[in-house]
Structure formats: structure tokens, C-alpha cells
Ligand binder design. Structure first.
Ligand code: PLP
Length: 393
């Protein structure tokens, strides 16, 4: 059976050259990067090289790059560490469409007595600067708004949001997990104080992320332990993964324009065909300020989960809501924040495209998707009610 993966926003495969670069650090160069002998030095050298490579690619200082266990840890550290470090200020501002890594960190901080403001978004999922301007107070310590949303791909006006935060004496963090490797990320131009990203979203390994922390900004420690990461983040360094994320980032930035063009072309073709061939669909998210890899549709009168399973049987992998929240029957908080009604949020599916997705893949998906939607609507009481009993509308 044909298998087509359209869930690249959930994760990507490790590129062969990234894997090749990582391999020696599992075996012959297995040393602990903190050990005081030749084995340790080999690991330490690899970590230093990777840190310098990432810093050069992002045009920041190596001392501003901290390795973490992934995007989730980087987000937790920025938020919780930032909130603690800037006490007595007690207000944190974030958006209502953040990833669970930020939303759950905020919920914990609220339990500890911090005040959290969740900015609204417009119906395309954009958090406009004026929403922040209206909400920010002098006791705001940290503002955290994601660069691009993982479910609907909306890309936020980070530079403008960051300027407002700074004007009011707050620091600014952005979760760039979905943006990094997919669209240009210019840290100096954005002016952000902290930025998170994760290796497995751009053909690097899972379980490795980076928190960029501007010099002079000192979030409190999240993971207490040894002297790793200049004593700011304890835990034996995952040398193969550190090497892997640096090579993956190098490749992602080198091929950014080419991949972005290809992925956007494929995505635009898919969107055009869906809208042409399937009635009663809503294209969730903003048409223009959007990640090139993302297409998210609400298929009215059917359940997203049923559609997902039907497509899975045809070998097609996509996602209802975000992979991170699957297992939950709650409708997506992101779609609800855009004003989509609950039943339409339940009928929503995310398709995310990768650098190796072909037009033939998309045609196969379209063919199966059109059939699946027809079949599920034919069984849907809501659809029957809507059409007055006719199921072949
Ligand atoms: N932030 C966003 C926007 C994401 O999409 C994800 C993962 O899907 C994360 C954070 C978490 O990253 P990780 O899987 O590396 O923990």
C-alpha cells in the first residue's frame, strides 16, 4: 500500500547527512563532554563546534545558545525562569493560541501566584500588536508569543510585539519551534530576548532543542544539576543530538529558499484543489501570513477523527488538531480562539507538507480525501439534516 506522510509539523525524518554526522558520537566518540580526558575532550569539542555553528547561522554569540531536551523544555525554561528572575513583577502575557508547552507553564505559574493575560487573536489566528498594547502593564515581566502557530500556521508580527514589550520594560520570548527552518528567523532584527526551537521539526533528531538567551538576560535555572551549559542547565550533554541539530539547522538554512518555494507551491495546489472539489470546507488560519507547509481545513458535518482514520487506512498520515494534544477529545483551543464553532473545530484536519512531498503524493491524497469526505457525509445525520435527506449533494 502507498504511504504518504503529511504530518511534517508533528515531526520530520532525520536527514541522512544529519544521521551520518551523529553516528560516531554514539560509538567511538561516546565520551561524556564534561570528562577530563581525551574521550571527554572529543565530546566537548563536538559540542563547542555545534554551538558555534548554530550561533554563526543565527548571527548570535555562542554563549547565547543553550541546549535543552527539546522545544518543550526551552519554552518551560524561558517562561518559568523568566517569571522567577524578574520578580517582583508578577504579570506574564502570552497568547491564547500557544503550544501546550507555554499554556501549561502559564497554568503552573498562575497556581504559584503569577497573573497571566492570554491575548486574543483575530479569525485568521493573528495576534495584533494593538492587542498587546492594550493589555500590557508596568508590572509585566515577560511577554511570550509564538512565532508561528503549529495548528493553523499563522505567523505573528513578532518584531512589533517585541518592541511594545520592550517599551514597557518587559522581556520578550518567542516559541519559534514551527518557524525555524521553515521561514527566515533573524534574531537581531526581531530584537527578541529569548527564542526556542527544536531539532525534530527540521530534519534533525528528537529530544534536542535550543533556548537562545540574549546576553544580559538571566532566566532562573529550570533543571538543577551539574555544571553543564555554563552551570545554567544541568544534565549530561546529549552529544549526538547536539551535533545532529547543528547539521540539521545548517542544511535547513542552506536550503530554506528552495524548500520553502517547493513546499508552498505544493500546499497552494492542495488548497486550491480542496476548495474546488469539496463543498462546505473552511480554510482555517490566515491566507497570507502563514507557514508554507501548513494547510488546515474544517470539513463541515463530519468528525476530524473519522476522517483521519479513514485516510490512515489509505496510508495517508495527517493530524486532527495538533499531534501534541492528540488523545484528547477536547476541540483545539487554537481553532476555538479563532472563533470557529466547536462542531467545526471537531471537523478540522491539519495537513503539513515536507521537502520531499511530490505533486503525485498530493494527487493521491486529494483523490482519497474527496472520496472519504463524501463517504463520511453520506453517513452523517447532520449532513442529512442539512440537505433535507439528500446525501449526494
Ligand atoms: N512549540 C511548538 C509550537 C510546537 O509545535 C512543538 C511541538 O510540536 C513544541 C513547542 C514542543 O517541541 P518538542 O516536541 O521539541 O518538545
Amino acid at each position: 500500500m502507498k504511504r504518504i506522510y503529511l504530518d511534517y509539523s508533528a515531526t520530520t525524518p532525520v536527514s541522512p547527512t544529519v544521521l551520518e554526522a551523529m553516528m560516531p558520537y554514539f560509538s567511538e566518540h561516546f565520551g561524556n563532554a564534561n570528562s577530563m580526558h581525551a574521550y571527554g575532550s572529543e565530546g566537548a569539542y563536538a559540542v563547542d563546534t555545534a554551538r558555534r555553528k548554530i550561533a554563526d547561522l543565527l548571527k548570535v554569540k555562542p554563549t547565547e545558545i543553550y541546549f535543552t531536551s527539546g522545544g518543550t523544555e526551552a519554552d518551560n525554561w524561558a517562561l518559568k525562569g523568566g517569571a522567577q528572575a524578574y520578580l517582583p513583577k508578577k504579570r506574564i502575557i502570552t497568547s491564547s493560541i500557544e503550544h501546550a508547552a507555554i499554556i501549561s507553564s502559564c497554568a503552573q505559574l498562575e497556581q504559584q501566584g503569577f497573573d497571566v493575560t492570554y491575548l486574543k487573536c483575530d479569525k485568521g489566528g493573528i495576534v495584533h500588536p494593538e492587542y498587546l498594547e492594550d493589555a500590557i502593564t508596568d508590572d509585566t515581566s515577560i511577554v511570550s508569543v509564538m512565532f508561528a502557530n503549529n495548528e493553523i500556521g499563522s505567523v505573528q508580527p513578532i518584531k512589533e510585539l517585541c518592541e511594545i514589550a520592550h517599551r514597557h520594560g518587559a522581556i520578550f520570548h518567542t516559541d519559534a519551534v514551527q518557524a525555524m527552518g521553515s521561514i527566515p528567523v533573524d534574531i537581531a532584527d526581531l530584537g527578541v530576548d529569548m527564542l526556542s526551537f527544536s531539532g525534530h521539526k527540521f530534519y534533525g533528531p528528537k529530544g534536542i532543542g535550543v533556548l537562545y538567551v540574549r546576553s544580559g538576560i538571566k532566566p532562573d535555572k529550570l533543571i538543577a544539576g551539574g555544571h553543564q551549559e555554563r552551570t545554567r542547565r544541568g544534565g549530561t550533554t546529549n552529544v549526538p543530538a547536539v551535533v545532529g541539530i547543528s547539521v540539521a539547522l545548517e542544511e535547513a538554512i542552506r536550503d530554506l529558499d528552495k524548500n520553502r518555494r517547493h513546499i508552498k507551491e505544493i500546499r497552494d495546489y492542495f488548497v486550491e484543489q480542496v476548495e474546488k472539489n469539496i463543498p462546505y470546507v473552511i480554510y482555517n488560519g490566515d491566507r497570507n501570513n502563514r507557514l508554507p507547509q501548513n494547510a488546515n481545513f474544517a470539513f463541515e458535518f463530519i468528525e476530524g477523527e473519522s476522517l483521519l482514520l479513514t485516510l490512515d487506512l489509505a496510508g495517508i498520515a495527517c493530524s486532527s488538531g495538533s499531534a501534541c494534544s492528540s488523545g484528547s477529545l477536547e476541540p483545539s483551543h487554537v481553532l476555538l480562539a479563532t472563533g470557529l464553532p466547536v462542531e467545526k473545530a471537531h471537523g478540522s484536519i491539519r495537513f503539513s507538507f515536507g521537502k520531499d512531498t511530490t505533486k503525485e503524493d498530493v494527487d493521491y491524497v486529494l483523490d482519497n480525501l474527496i472520496k472519504a469526505v463524501k463517504k463520511l457525509r453520506a453517513m452523517s445525520p447532520l449532513y442529512a439534516q442539512f440537505t433535507g435527506g439528500k446525501t449526494n449533494v
